[in-house]
Design a protein around this ligand. Structure first.
Ligand code: DAT
Ligand code: MG
Length: 140
């Protein structure tokens, strides 16, 4: 079993896609073990995406991520990190495989509906960024 961190981004929350996106996770064997809706501060968004600081898309990305509420979730399942990236599709929705969340729902490279951790290290960091250990509810 592995855990990964997911964000349902502003474009998706604003279009009432929380349920449809969460369904994709659940029907592919990923269980939601923590979930909350929040509005990111600029400081939080800058820190969360610090690895991209200096890139031309960084400031608009921070502006977009703080523009409306998001849903942050911890997903658990076998090979959860890679499985979630597969369910999401690649960053650019125009290049994402048919049937992935980004191919089906994303509006643009920036407004691409979901975030998912890309490694065990980022999953651990990102989960701890938003959740206390006691907020996680693993299945028995
Ligand atoms: P991913 O979200 O697929 O892990 P990433 O970590 O490379 O992609 O980038 C983080 C986010 O930054 C991405 O979801 C959308 C935005 N982004 C990346 N490259 C971009 C670009 N060329 N133009 C606009 N936004 C971009
Ligand atoms: Mg990334």
């Amino acid at each position: 079993m592995q855990r990964t961190f997911s964000i349902i981004k502003p474009d998706a929350v604003s279009r009432n896609l929380i349920g449809q996106i969460t369904q994709r996770f659940e029907e592919n064997g990923l269980s939601v073990i923590a979930s909350k809706m929040i509005r990111l501060s600029t400081e939080q968004a800058e820190k969360f995406y610090a690895e991209h600081k200096g890139r031309d898309f960084y400031e608009p990305l921070v502006g977009y991520m703080t523009s409306a509420p998001i849903v942050v979730q911890v997903l658990e399942g076998e090979d959860a990190i890679a499985k979630n990236r597969q369910i999401m599709g690649v960053t650019d929705p125009a290049k994402a495989e048919a049937g992935t969340i980004r191919a089906d729902f994303a509006l643009s490279v920036r407004e691409n509906s979901v975030h998912g951790s890309d490694s065990p290290e980022s999953a651990a960091r990102e989960i701890a960024f938003f959740f206390d250990e006691k907020e996680l509810c693993p299945r028995n």
